[in-house]
Design a protein around this ligand. Structure first.
Ligand code: COA
Length: 386
């Protein structure tokens, strides 16, 4: 039997041609295209289609897909009714997981995945992919109103995905610069090889469960603070640090207590996460655009990153994607506990690309274990146990 590797570190769980990371050089690409180029030139809609189909779409393919996403933004009254019954104090990720799992009851049909008619399979797979991606943003934005006791704002189909999401949050036409920043954030978070939530996708997909169950399980995995939940923790940490002068002492105290610095470190990257560099650039751009009038947390963030890097770089621990995203979201007026849900909206593109790839060459996941329990023994009756 091969060696046990905790956390399956370095163990290939699948073959995939969707994205790639060179962790030593800090390179990330989707279908071969560098993340920097996609962040600069693509849109979330186009990047999603690239992830799903493997190639940059033609103008017509993109227009058709975009149209399908726009037409599928609305959710049924029953889902809204269900969301209303959830506790307003609950975490948005738990709401999102429940709402997506519930959607599966409205769109059954995964029986066709079991060796059914191939055309029907393809139709089902495409249709469900569009429905899920289109509705993730709607559900997250709806929750912001429902949990505050208001009716949600209906989606608009004359807006892009990012614009519509911001519009649904506050009912105003979004600032074009903030909408583009949101679009870039969605691109950056759309895919990232076989991390914990994507691995959850593979395991669930391999059982031929419905895509709603597959995505609900991935949302659960993403919600943890060691994964997507870190973006919320970063902002809370920056509030705790308070000002740049406190950064060094704060980091020292955390490390002395064997606690992690949120938004730092990554299993794959041994240098700065390229997405963190892009997000940091967007924050700087926003500062410039606003004449320096931006959240003072940015300076605190820079000081914490520097202090953490000085103490942790020898372990290959640098800023990851979650370090700067929260500062941008808070500039858009988005509540901190919604940050991970925005990550999930974007990642639904990558998750569904992996769902499709898994279905294309499926074998159920069934790893083995190293048993560390008692040797075989005979049952002892309750009376004889004293
Ligand atoms: N703060 C302080 N120390 C950290 C650290 C962090 N954020 N991330 C890693 N380290 C240290 C570990 O303590 C360990 O030190 P040791 O060798 O002295 O024991 C070393 O760096 C290697 O880290 P390890 O925990 O083995 O890495 P991993 O690959 O198992 O875990 C993460 C990766 C992401 C879970 C981890 O870096 C982490 O907890 N980061 C903070 C949470 C976060 O931002 N998550 C979002 C990821 S996108």
């Amino acid at each position: 039997m091969s060696d046990y590797l905790p956390g399956l570190a370095g163990v290939p769980a699948t073959k995939s041609n969707i994205s790639d990371i060179d962790g030593n050089k800090g390179i990330l690409s989707y279908r071969g295209y560098p993340i920097e180029q996609l962040a600069e030139r693509s849109s979330f809609e186009e990047t999603t289609l690239l992830l799903l189909d493997g190639e940059l779409p033609t103008r017509q393919e993109l227009a058709e897909f975009d149209e399908q996403l726009r037409e599928n933004r609305r959710v049924k009254y029953n889902i809204r009714g269900l969301m209303k019954t959830l506790p307003a104090t609950g975490h948005p990720m738990e709401m999102l997981q429940s709402a997506i799992a519930s959607l599966g009851m409205f769109y059954p049909g995964n029986a066709c995945l079991i060796g059914g008619d191939a055309c029907e399979d393809l139709f089902y797979i495409h249709n469900m992919t569009v429905k899920i991606i289109a509705r993730m943003g709607t559900i997250v934005a709806m929750w912001e109103h429902l949990r505050n006791g208001y009716d949600p704002i209906s989606p608009r189909n004359d807006l892009t995905y990012a614009e519509n999401f911001l519009y649904m949050l506050d009912g105003k036409d979004p600032d074009p610069m903030l909408a583009r920043i949101m679009d870039v954030c969605l691109i950056l978070h759309a895919e990232h090889t076989i991390n914990a939530s994507t691995f959850a996708v593979l395991v669930n997909a391999s059982t031929l469960a419905s895509p709603y169950s597959v995505i609900a399980s991935a949302i659960g995995a993403l919600s943890g603070p060691l994964h997507g939940g870190a973006n919320q923790r970063v902002l809370e940490m920056l509030h705790e640090v308070g000002s740049p002068q406190n950064a060094g002492a704060y980091v020292d105290k955390k490390l002395a207590n064997k606690e992690v610095i949120w938004g730092m470190g990554h299993r794959e990257y041994k240098t700065k996460d390229p997405r963190a560099t892009i997000l940091q650039g967007l924050v700087s751009k926003l500062i410039e655009e606003r004449g320096g009038n931006i959240n003072p947390m940015m300076e605190t963030a820079l000081a914490v990153e520097k202090a953490a890097e000085e103490r942790l770089a020898h372990k290959g621990v640098y800023a990851n994607v979650d370090f700067y995203s929260g500062i941008l979201y808070s500039e858009m007026g988005i509540p901190v506990d919604q940050f991970t849900a925005i990550f999930a909206i974007a990642r639904s593109a990558g998750w569904l690309a992996h769902w499709r790839e898994q279905l294309g060459d499926n074998r159920i996941f069934r790893p083995t274990q190293m048993y560390t329990g008692s040797p075989s023994r005979d049952y002892v009756t309750l009376d004889s146990r004293g």
